[in-house]
Ligand binder design. Structure first.
Ligand SMILES: Cc1cc2nc3c(=O)[nH]c(=O)nc-3n(C[C@H](O)[C@H](O)[C@H](O)COP(=O)(O)O)c2cc1C
Length: 157
C-alpha cells in the first residue's frame, strides 16, 4: 500500500555543522531512497526538520525506524500516516527546499509566528506539502562520494 509518512524533529548539533549534516543526510537519503522506491521532501528552518516520505508502507516503516535512531535530531513528532493513490514527489528521491519567505508567509497565515510544523493539523500539512511540491529545489551542496579531486563539497546540481 502506498503511504505518506511525515514527521517534524529538532536538529541536534552532533558531530558536524549544519551544512555538513544536510549534505550527508541528502547524499544518504538519495542513494538509499532511489533503490527502495522511496520519494519525498526535506525542509529545514529554525532548528527544525520537516520530512515527508512517500512509498510502500513496509519500506517507509523500516526507514523511519532507522531515521528515528539518528543522533542528528530528536523530539521526533510523527504525524498520522495517510494512504495515497500516487506518489506526489515522484521526481525526487529526496527533494530539498531551503528556508524560504513563501513558507514563512504560509505559516503566518496559519497563525504561527515561527516555523513550528509540530502544531499543524492534517489540512495545514497538506497546504504546506503543496507549497513544497511547487517550490524550486535548493541547489544545496552535497558531499562528493568518490575521487580525491572531488573530496569535500560540490554543488549537487
Ligand atoms: C532529518 C533526517 C532525514 C533523513 N532522511 C533519510 C532518508 O530519507 N533516507 C535515508 O536513507 N536516510 C535518511 N536519513 C539518514 C538515516 O537516519 C540514517 O543515517 C541512514 O539510514 C543510515 O543509517 P546507518 O548508518 O545506521 O546504516 C535521515 C536522517 C535525518 C537526521
Amino acid at each position: 500500500m502506498l503511504t505518506q509518512l511525515c514527521y517534524a524533529s529538532s536538529r541536534v548539533e552532533y558531530e558536524n555543522d549544519l551544512l555538513e549534516d544536510l549534505s550527508d543526510i541528502l547524499a544518504t537519503a538519495r542513494a538509499f531512497n532511489q533503490v527502495h522506491d522511496i520519494y519525498g521532501v526535506l525542509y529545514y528552518a529554525e532548528g527544525i526538520y520537516f520530512q515527508c516520505l512517500q512509498g510502500e508502507q513496509s519500506q517507509l516503516e523500516q526507514l523511519f525506524t532507522q531515521i528515528s535512531k539518528d543522533a542528528r535530531h530528536n523530539q521526533i513528532h510523527r504525524f498520522p500516516d495517510h494512504a495515497i493513490e500516487e506518489i506526489h514527489f515522484k521526481q525526487w528521491s529526496m527533494k530539498y527546499v531551503n528556508q524560504h519567505g513563501k513558507i514563512t508567509t504560509l505559516f503566518k497565515k496559519m497563525g504561527l509566528d515561527k516555523f513550528l510544523p509540530h502544531q499543524l493539523n492534517d489540512q495545514q500539512i497538506n497546504q504546506f506539502l503543496d507549497l513544497l511540491l511547487r517550490m524550486e529545489e535548493s541547489g544545496h551542496a552535497t558531499k562528493a562520494k568518490v575521487g580525491i579531486k572531488n573530496r569535500g563539497y560540490q554543488n549537487y546540481f
